[in-house]
Design a binder for this molecule. Structure first.
Ligand SMILES: [Zn+2]
Length: 112
């Protein structure tokens, strides 16, 4: 949880593991898996999936926000802006239960 708070962006399981091992060097992979499952079940952690990308995890956010994928390093960032999308016009009989706005480009670190 600390790693995710500090990163301020959605992290893959592997990213969490390598950052967490800087704090707990002997942290086991299966311990992390268990923690991810427990926190996810308690909704303290939210899994986010982007097409063609490994699942990422982020802390629950009070409001909807778009994400940004860097085309160079593949990192995903939260964009701090208000999302005001019109309601989707789904075909008759469809029930829309969620959506995701993804921007892509080059992140600040890669753009240097
Ligand atoms: Zn980048």
């Amino acid at each position: 949880m600390e790693v995710l708070q500090e990163a301020k962006r959605p992290l893959t399981r592997d990213e969490i593991l390598s950052l967490a091992r800087k704090k707990i060097p002997r942290l086991g992979s299966s311990t992390l898996n268990l923690a991810i499952r427990k926190f996810s079940e308690a909704f303290d952690l939210v899994g986010v999936d982007f097409p063609g990308q490994p699942r990422r995890y982020e802390l629950p956010s009070g409001r909807e926000h778009p994400h940004f994928i860097c085309r160079k390093c593949n990192r995903v960032y939260d964009l701090d802006c208000v999302m005001q999308l019109p309601p989707p016009r789904a075909p008759k009989g469809y029930v829309v239960t969620g959506g995701e706005v993804i921007y892509s480009g080059i992140c600040g670190a890669c753009n240097q």
